[in-house]
Design a protein around this ligand. Sequence first.
Ligand code: FAD
Length: 383
Amino acid sequence: MDYSFTPEQIIFQETIRRFAADKLAPYYQQRELDGTIDSKLCEEMGALGMIAPELPEKFGGLGLDSITAGIAVEEVAKADFNVSYIQLIGSLMGSLISQHATDEVAHRVVDGICAGKIIVALGLTEPGGGSDAAHLTLRATKKGDDYILNGEKTSISLANQADEIVVFARTGEVDGAGGISAFLVPINATGVSTTCFDDLGSSAVGRGSVFFDDVLVSMDAMIGPENQGFRVVMQGFDYSRALIGLQCVACAESSISEAWEYVKEREAFGGPIARFQGVTEPLAEAETLLYAAKLLCYKTLWLRDQGEPHTSEAAMCKWWAPRVAFDAIHSALLVHGHYGYSRELPHQQRLRDVLGLQIGDGTQQIQKMIISREKIGRVAVPY
Ligand SMILES: Cc1cc2nc3c(=O)[nH]c(=O)nc-3n(C[C@H](O)[C@H](O)[C@H](O)COP(=O)(O)OP(=O)(O)OC[C@H]3O[C@@H](n4cnc5c(N)ncnc54)[C@H](O)[C@@H]3O)c2cc1C
């Protein structure tokens, strides 16, 4: 068992850490007010290989491992949780498209993702439900060699900043996972429109609905085999869930390390508040849980790199790490007393931002159902 990063991974980590300290951390709160992530910043990240470095070199990636992608997400999320969405969605959609699109589409789009020039959103959730995604209703109707899309996707991250969206649509007559296909659709295609939600957090990312009104897509836009789109995206979630875990843990680590500094300086009852066990105990507990959650995430990425199954571990990362992160930031905020409650400090924003990922990419109930299914089989799922 070897827990160390390679020398190349450490150099990569240091490069990103410097970039993040310089270009990301100072503007984390400003980006929330702006409600957007600067496209030039994405291109700078792309030029440094910070977006989906694990994707194959022939599609514009660096051909590195998933652990290195995790390091990149971690370093960025420590500085700005929301900017790391670009990496998360880049890795998820880039791997989906590079494996399942035509070569021509994969070259054009994945190259753009890795370069920070193209954002591809994930369009799975519908107004009727997200947990039971296999029963989605957006319809793709065959018209000659093409398809016509009609319906709504909702709760889509980056809906207003994305260039394209992978839409999951019902193409078959079967009412379940079997009749779903995936299509890559430009957001500016005729008949596509978007709205933006007023969210509690992550407003720099933005979440919204995407409407499809008689949108014409060609067969080339299909990602993966017809009626197999659902299976394809579910495999991708095993990866994104470990990255989400690291994203949340890293964000919380920033609050906890700021809290350690604060308790050494802040005085009460004639000395630093760090003398009181009641102050340090929640921070020590958060350190422990964040450490354990981080190990779980890296172990999951390591399993992926070995080509080993990791569905259960990925679901563990997804339900546990965002919750541990939320609790840790909550503790850090409280240790800062009334200052922690102010918008001047970043803890309240981090708390609101990580909360979203207790829901996004599947709630904890759904993750626990997956773990149970992996353990005892389909008796543990509703159908
Ligand atoms: C920040 C954020 C980002 C997101 N980004 C995207 C995105 O980019 N693309 C996208 O497609 N979607 C996205 N989503 C949507 C997200 O995936 C869904 O919200 C999520 O899957 C839950 O679906 P729902 O909101 O419809 O809740 P529902 O499915 O209506 O569930 C409501 C509640 O019931 C519980 N529940 C449902 N079924 C069961 C069950 N069988 N057992 C126990 N409990 C159950 C759920 O856990 C939940 O607490 C995002 C959501 C958020 C908050």
